[in-house]
Design a protein around this ligand. Structure first.
Ligand SMILES: [Zn+2]
Length: 212
């Protein structure tokens, strides 16, 4: 089936099915406004749709998706801070209780850090500087496990990048303040969609623990 036709058919199915069943929920969310408790930063990757994987209902998740689920550090320079704008809106206006950074295995963005050919050149203007946000995670992996298999390095780098994003979240004054006051909690998650395992970062153990 043509991919666009598949999607419009999907819409018709949604309208006749899930929307019809949850019509009241949708009406309430429009009439009274959204009140999501969780903001989630996920990758644009087509395989790891958080609403599907986490079985979220409408109104549950305020979501930001970008290449490699990265959070940039707080900065006031520049003009187009899409992820930062979404975080500001989620935290200051929606007053979410949680911010989750959801990393994933086999991330193309992280993989590009390992591929020389991806580091710049014609037609590749935006990904390299964007991915440089987690260059520290890449360098740490290369420094601590230089002889490891590339796939293993990529998995470790994907998880380390989640931690870099958690650190960057804390550079936002509105987030730092709320976390300090106990009004906001930050979470680092990581999913492997092949095995369907979800890993949650435990700050005390300093490791990602599998959710059973
Ligand atoms: Zn990805």
């Amino acid at each position: 089936m043509d991919p666009i036709e598949k999607l419009t058919a999907g819409y018709r199915g949604f309208r006749a099915g899930r929307f019809n069943e949850q019509r009241q929920t949708y009406e309430e969310l429009v009439d009274h406004g959204q009140r999501p408790k969780v903001a989630l930063i996920a990758c644009s990757d087509s395989r790891v749709d958080p609403a599907t994987v986490l079985q979220a209902d409408p109104g549950d998740l305020f979501m930001v998706r970008n290449v490699a689920n990265l959070v940039p550090p707080y900065e006031r320079e520049g003009h187009y801070h899409g992820t930062s704008a979404a975080l500001e809106f989620a935290v200051q206006h929606l007053e979410v209780d949680h911010v989750v950074v959801l990393g994933h295995a086999h991330c193309g963005g992280i993989k590009s850090l390992f591929e020389e050919r991806e580091r710049g050149g014609d037609g590749n203007f935006f990904v390299p500087p964007w991915m440089s946000l987690v260059k520290s995670a890449y360098l740490r992996v290369q420094g601590t496990m230089p002889d490891a298999d590339e796939e293993v390095k990529a998995r470790v780098c994907e998880q380390s990048a989640v931690l870099v994003s958690l650190e960057n979240l804390m550079t936002f004054p509105c987030i730092r303040e709320r976390v300090g006051a106990g009004r906001l909690r930050l979470h680092g998650w990581y999913i492997d969609i092949r095995a369907c395992t979800l890993h949650v970062y435990d700050p005390e153990r300093q490791s990602f623990e599998v959710v059973t």
